[in-house]
Design a protein around this ligand. Structure first.
Ligand code: HEC
Length: 196
């Protein structure tokens, strides 16, 4: 055995024994205060607290149109998602095939066809996702008006809203996605229990 490995094993055995000893005696308790860190400020919490829920809870003030979204898309998204949202090189954002049925779970070959139009159950997730993750190279850099506009444009390209659509905190949660009823609430509790 190498000297290094032996030293590691000895140290590990000593640590294990010390931990076991503490547990057996039942005397070691976590201190109430560890003595480091500080409470997050309201501003810091606000900066992280950006979740947008399926019902629209968390959507900020602002709005955007399809035309405005087309301009932002051309400047910041087209290089990775293609001029019509279908060409890539990265994820395809536009497509409604197959129009009938929902075969994704049965046929793994179709998984690559999942798009906003054919698969996403909630329009509000688009806001949440673009806000936290896109553009890939500069996540968090878009303003609410730009995100609302991009969402309007992508929903329009997927033939879900008309070209005149304006997206904001009221109109976005009201958009009915084609795949909305294709999902059930997962009520498992982390184990093998059956769904309710
Ligand atoms: C540098 C390349 C790049 C740029 C620029 C970019 N994206 Fe993406 N986008 C990606 C990659 C890579 C993924 C897949 C990420 C993953 O699966 O974790 C993705 C995924 C997405 C998805 C999720 C697709 C799905 O169905 O899962 C959306 C929506 C999206 N991008 C929108 C945008 C928008 C809007 C912009 C412009 C503001 C943008 N992207 C700019 C690379 C990019």
């Amino acid at each position: 055995m190498s000297a290094c490995r032996k030293a590691f094993l000895v140290a590990w055995a000593a640590a294990a024994s010390a931990c076991r000893g503490g547990a057996e005696r039942g005397t070691e308790r976590a201190p109430e205060v560890f003595g480091f860190g500080r409470a997050a400020t309201a501003e810091e919490i606000r900066a992280w607290d950006t979740d947008v829920m399926p019902d629209g809870t968390g959507l900020p003030p602002g709005s955007g149109t399809v035309a405005e979204g087309a301009a932002v898309y051309a400047a910041k998204c087209v290089v990775c998602h293609g001029s019509t949202g279908q060409e890539g090189p990265f994820d395809r954002l536009v497509g409604r095939e197959p129009r009938e049925g929902f075969p994704f779970g049965r046929d793994p070959r179709l998984l690559s066809q999942r798009t906003i139009g054919s698969y996403w159950p909630y329009a509000t997730t688009l806001y949440d996702y673009i806000n936290r993750a896109m553009p890939f190279t500069a996540p968090g850099s878009l303003r609410p008006d730009e995100i609302y506009a991009l969402v309007a444009y992508l929903l329009y390209l997927n033939e879900i809203v008309p070209e005149s659509a304006v997206m904001d905190g009221q109109t976005l949660p009201a958009v009915a996605m084609p795949a909305r009823d294709r999902f059930v609430r997962d009520t498992r509790r982390g184990g093998a229990e059956l769904r309710e």
